[in-house]
Design a protein around this ligand. Sequence first.
Ligand code: APR
Ligand code: PHB
Length: 388
Amino acid sequence: MQRTQVGIIGSGPSGLLLSQLLERAGIESVVLERRSRDYVLGRVRAGVIEQGVVAILREAGVAARLDREGLVHHGVEIAVGEQRQRIDFASHTASLVVYGQTELTKDLMEARAASSAPLFEVEDVVVEGIEGTRPRLRYRHLGTEHALDCDFIAGCDGFHGVSRKAIPANVLKTHERVYPFGWLGVLADAPPVSPELVYARHERGFALCSMRSATRSRCYVQCALDADLAKWSDARFWDELRARLPTALAAGLQDAPSLEKSIAPLRSFVAEPLRHGRLFLAGDAAHIVPPTGAKGLNLAVRDVHQLAQAFVAHYSERRDHLLDGYSATALRRIWRAERFSAWLTSVLHRFPGQTSFDRGMQLAELDQLVNSAAARAAFVEAYTGSQP
Ligand code: APR
Ligand code: PHB
C-alpha cells in the first residue's frame, strides 16, 4: 500500500502546478495521469496569462522562461467590420503576457521531473472514501493494480475526468451553456498581423488573431459545430480569416502552412460545490469557459494556488478555515470569469437565427465598450484579471 498526503488526478496545468506548489511548502503529493507525457505536451491551448497569474507562477519557481520569452501586452484591438479600436491596459496599470499553455506545461513538467514526476499512462483511476478520513485512489499501471491512500484528493482531471463524478448526484449541481458554434484554430509560422491580439466581429462570424512569438501566429475563425476539418484546407482558412478582418489588417496577413489545426466546441460550465468531504475540484474539472476571454488557464492557476494555500494552513497551522472556504471563495471568482467570458462570446459571435434586434444589441454593446471610458475600464479589469 502506498501513501501520500495529497493524491492528484491529472497532469494538466492544474495538477502539475498544484504538486509543484505543495512541494515547495513541504507537502507530499502523487500525480496520476491517464495519457502519455508526449500526449500531454502535444496539446495546443490558449496562451494569454494575467499578471497576477504570472506572480503565482514565479512563486512556484516555474516562470524563468516565461519571463524571458513571454510577450508583454499593454492593449488589445477590437475590430467591428472595418472599424478598429484599441483598448489600452497601461492606463489602468494592467498588462498580460502571451505565452503558450503548451510551453507552460513543458516548464511545469520539467520542474516536476526534477523531483517527483507524474505517473503517466495510469488506467481506471477510481476515487474512494472521500466522505471518510482516509480517501483512496485505486488505479492500474503497467498491468498491475495499485492503491494509494491519501489525506486529500485533488481532482485536476479536466472536464471529462472521473473526480467530479465521485460527488454524489444529490449533492453536485452543474450549470451549463453550450454554444451553437465552434472555433477552428490554426498555428502557423507567419508573423502576427498586428503586435497585439485582434478580436474581430464580422457578419461572416467571429475571428481572432493571436500569436506565440514574433514569427508564429495562432488564429481562429468561428465555424459550424459540425464543421469537417478535412474540408478546411489551409488556403480556405486564411481566406476566411482575411474576409473577416478589416481590409488594412487582411492585407498584411500571410498564408503559411498550418503546424496544427483543430476545432474546439464552446461551452460555459460550472460545478458546485467544489469540495465534497476530502475531494477538491480544480481547473477544467470544476468549470469550463468559452475561450473568448482567455480565462481557462488563468482560472485553473488561481484555483490551485488557493487550494495549495488551504493545504498549507491545514498541515502547518492545523487550521481548516481555508479548506472549508475553498468552494465558496473560488466559485465567486469563477462566476465572475464565467460572466465575462459568456458576455464577450455573446457580443462577438454570429448566432444562428440571430434577429436584427440581436445584431443591434451586439453592435451597441461593442459601441459602448470602445467608446465609454467606464466600460473600457471594466473590460480591462476583467480581461487582465486585475479586478479587486
Ligand atoms: N485519470 C487520470 N488522468 C485523467 C483522467 C483520469 N480518469 N481523466 C482526465 N485525466 C487527465 C487528462 O488526460 C489531462 O491531462 O487530466 C488532465 C486534465 O488536464 P486539462 O484538461 O489541461 O485541465 P487543467 O489542468 O484543469 O487545465 C486547465 O488547461 O485544458 C486547459 O482550457 C483549459 O486552460 C485550461 C487549463
Ligand atoms: C490564443 O492565443 O490561443 C488565444 C488568445 C486569446 C483567446 C483565446 C486563445 O481569447
